[in-house]
Design a protein around this ligand. Structure first.
Ligand code: ATP
Ligand code: MG
Ligand code: FE
Length: 332
């Protein structure tokens, strides 16, 4: 079974080929145009997808050394994501499946982030908990089977990736700032500054308060010392990162306690964060968890995870009609 998968939900155009569970290629074109605007501009994103999609798909097939007529199905991200971006991948996938007369498989992007864990060993055992942390979502998901997932808690406002990116913006760092906070944090003191952590009673999160707290913290300190950011960048980044990571892990610990599940995974772009990876590894040792952390390239948006999710659907004969349209607010 050979699946070609296409991902175009945000600002990465990606295509991958999965043959009987083995990943043969995973091509990712990241759109750099958004950096100058300090965030993803939806209209520019969909235009860039239109430019990239054909070369990216051709490259994925060439890297896999697989002719089109040996494909068994075409998979695509139906949602959640930006409508204009999703439309490009959806339309392309529909046309290609129609042209080759093979099945079409829609994939939920957030389920795919979780299923990125099945691309290569070690694979978590069911049931497991997955902390999915990305640019648009922050969720604790209970995974009882490849396509049997329940959201136990999620953010009520900003996603944690957004909190990283907005904090970075306040520090004058370019978009996307998450990876830069991570970089500077590595040589900073995580306890240098203290930021308030929001306290939600259940397994939900809130990250909008910390963004405001950082804004006032910087404003007050800059008033006293105009060079405050430049002189303390590493310590500020380390302290912000420490706060965000602690907020995530507090809830994850609680979810593990409440469910009794000790198979713990992380997924999504923010799982590339080195502070989170280290802290989770330590916490896992303390708690007796088996912790699963994906390889960097499977954390941020990629089509390999879409192909993986599609393979599970293919096995169940779960195909999609040609009448399908994108679903920007898709849940599961
Ligand atoms: P969603 O998956 O919710 O639709 P998305 O696809 O835009 O959103 P991803 O590509 O999964 O999100 O993740 C992007 C986010 O990950 C950005 O907010 C980015 O700053 C953050 N990120 C990436 N690497 C790091 C890192 N090392 N440290 C912190 N944040 C990071
Ligand atoms: Mg992105
Ligand atoms: Fe994503």
């Amino acid at each position: 079974m050979n699946i070609l998968a296409i991902e175009s939900s945000c600002d990465e155009t990606s295509a991958a080929v999965l043959a009987n569970g083995h990943l043969l290629s995973n091509v990712i074109a990241t759109q750099l145009i958004h950096e100058q605007y300090g965030g993803v501009v939806p209209e520019l994103a969909s235009r860039a997808h239109q430019q990239h999609i054909l070369p990216v798909v051709e490259r994925a097939l060439a890297d896999a050394n697989l002719p089109k007529n040996e494909l068994s199905a075409i998979a695509f991200t139906r949602g959640p994501g930006l409508l204009g971006s999703l439309l490009v991948g959806t339309s392309f996938a529909k046309a290609m499946a129609l042209g080759l007369n093979i099945p079409l498989i829609e994939v939920n992007h957030m389920q795919a982030h979780v299923l990125a864990h099945f691309i290569e060993a070690p694979r978590p055992a069911f049931p497991f908990l997955c902390l999915t942390v990305s640019g648009g979502h922050t969720q604790i998901v209970r995974v009882d089977g490849p396509l049997d997932m329940t959201v136990l808690g999620q953010t009520l406002d900003d996603a944690v990736g957004e909190a990283f990116d907005k904090s970075a913006k306040l520090l004058g760092l370019p978009y996307p700032g998450g990876p830069l906070i991570d970089k500077y944090a590595q040589v900073g003191n995580p306890l240098a500054f203290k930021f308030p952590m929001s306290e939600m009673a259940n397994l939900d999160f809130s990250f909008s308060g910390i963004k405001t707290a950082i804004m006032y913290f910087l404003r007050d300190n800059i008033k006293a010392n105009p060079e405050f950011i430049a002189g303390n960048l590493a310590d500020i980044c380390a302290s912000i990162q420490h706060t965000l990571v602690q907020m995530l892990l507090t809830k994850l610990k609680r979810a593990a306690r409440e469910t009794g599940i000790r198979e713990i995974a992380i997924a999504g772009g923010v799982s590339a964060n080195s502070g989170l990876r280290t802290a989770l590894t330590q916490l896992g040792q303390e708690q007796g968890w088996t912790v699963y952390i994906p390889r960097f390239e499977y954390c941020t948006d990629n089509a390999a995870m879409i192909a993986m999710a599609a393979q599970f659907k293919y096995e169940q004969g779960d195909f999609t009609a040609q009448t399908v349209s994108p679903m920007p607010r898709m849940s599961f």
